[in-house]
Design a protein around this ligand. Sequence first.
Ligand code: AMP
Length: 116
Amino acid sequence: MNTDSDCLFCKISSGVIPADVITESNSAIAFRDIDPKAPTHVLVISREHFSDVDELTASDPNLAGELLTLAASVAKIEGLGTGYRIVTNIGQDAGQSVPHVHFHVLGGRSLAWPPG
Ligand code: AMP
């Protein structure tokens, strides 16, 4: 499995940096965002290092499906029965700040669309 010892989310996946973990599997982990934008704001990441969803889907589309499945589990665990949003940022113009693929799971309040 490819990991990057300089990557923040690889360090969270391996437990070097602590996180508030909601649920996890052999291939993915879900933990609370340190700067939440909604009452529930959880990040779902792969344990293997991919810079973004483009790189992930090109290399391992099944794993992309596993991340979305884990995101749906997060919504159930968090009781987001009235709706939630899954977002992934890819690259500079989208404002991606951590270059390790992650899905944001946002909910617990009414979410405006389009986002600002
Ligand atoms: P993005 O801007 O889409 O790359 O999202 C990166 C997210 O990672 C931001 O929402 C940050 O608040 C979040 N983040 C950064 N450092 C940590 C950390 N140590 N633990 C949890 N979330 C973090």
